[in-house]
Ligand binder design. Sequence first.
Ligand code: SF4
Length: 340
Amino acid sequence: MGRMSATPSRQSATDAPDERRRVLLAAPRGYCAGVDRAVIAVEQALEQYGAPVYVRHEIVHNKYVVKTLEKKGAIFVEETGEVPEGEIVIFSAHGVAPEVHKEAERGKLATIDATCPLVTKVHKEAVRFAKEDYDILLIGHEGHEEVIGTSGEAPEHITLVDGPDDVENVEVRDPEKVVWLSQTTLSVDETMETVDALKGRYPNLLSPPSDDICYATQNRQTAIKQVARDADFVLVVGSRNSSNSVRLVETAIAHGARDGRLIDNADEIDEAWLEGVTTVGLSSGASVPDVLVDGVLEWLSERGWEDVELVQPVEERMQFSLPKELRRDLRAEAAARRTG
Ligand code: SF4
């Protein structure tokens, strides 16, 4: 692996131009607190209850993580109805609609809800605004699991707005009683563009009480913007169905990188992309374990990109406790051990 600069942030390349090959490694990158919690929840459940443990949808949008958990005994299903009666099912970090909880009850399933607390926050906002009879304009990507889950909280009140171009299609009952919410993993810049366009149509549009785009998405975009200023080419490690990973490539290109690619791992890098490239920017989506980034650094190091400079515009320390169902059972087990 390449040499890592000890300084948490760096000088601009324009201050000291040189032609040496180097990697600008973005931080924060990779696992966010919600993904970390969801992956640990599956691992703990396998340890606590034994295999198999069923997981509805990919626990997080990353192939490597899903395959690793499958090897340990997790079974991934598309629908709750595929889980045999009485078994344990874990809901993914992206969240589920209330109807999915009801389905699980009907199937007599034990559930562990690994929905990220920051997604749950958006669900609660949707429920509250629906109760107050607002029309809710949910900015997000059609078909994304998180959007399906949030919409399911109040389908009769929620309209999906899939980017600025979709604003002209929006219809509401009362233009004076409209609020916007968003998916947690969008591009900050594009979302504000959509909000501005919505405000053009609905000047009294209400904003959510706090940002719905989560801290992890925002921090990774802030870091990649700084990297992109000095990178010729940006590599982002992440799966194609990972919204926040896709947004990182788009953000890098919009903020100065000549080009960029999303890759699942080092095997997908095409050497032709890096012809004439001196500075490679590197980051990873919120569902990507650092072992995959290490593989890319190794690949680059073998080809002359040995110097690695960390670009860290923000520090990140967020942590979430495990889902309550697991905490309850872990506590019960610890108590039994003490009395036994
Ligand atoms: S990306 Fe944000 S909302 Fe999604 S799991 Fe991570 S912290 Fe939670």
